[in-house]
Design a protein around this ligand. Structure first.
Ligand code: ZN
Length: 132
């Protein structure tokens, strides 16, 4: 079970961007710009969700979780499956997860939410702080 902390939802920004797109204030090429790397990550690590793509409405969206954190070392900045997140959360004190939705058809992509995972404990090794 994951227990995310400091959850930030980007639904408002997403809605605003989609409104701009429908009003013609931004072009589709500006918002449907998922690169090859993101598309590949979506294919291998993405979790399909119920919602269809808000732009092309042809494809189901996939959500990819990117992890960032000093304690993750080389894993930081990579896409991870939900199972990976559970493992990482059990072994690392703190790291940030960015969930990005991606459409495999039109390349729409947007940050859905971000949150912090981890044991919340300080790492056993490493320097102590002045008050510790
Ligand atoms: Zn699409």
């Amino acid at each position: 079970m994951l227990s995310p902390r400091q959850v930030v939802d980007y639904a408002l920004q997403r809605r605003a961007l989609l409104a701009d797109l429908r009003a013609g204030r931004v072009g589709q090429e500006a918002v449907c710009d998922a690169g090859a790397y993101l598309q590949r990550a979506a294919r291998f690590h993405g979790a399909p969700v119920e919602d269809s793509c808000p732009v092309c409405r042809k494809d189901r969206l996939v959500q990819v979780s990117w992890v960032f954190g000093e304690s993750l070392r080389h894993v930081s900045g990579s896409a991870r499956s939900t199972e990976d997140l559970e493992l990482l959360a059990a072994h690392h004190p703190e790291f940030t997860v960015h969930v990005v939705e991606v459409c495999g058809t039109c390349a729409w992509n947007h940050l859905v939410r971000s949150f912090v995972l981890g044991t919340g404990r300080r790492p056993r090794r490493g320097r102590r702080t002045a008050d510790g």
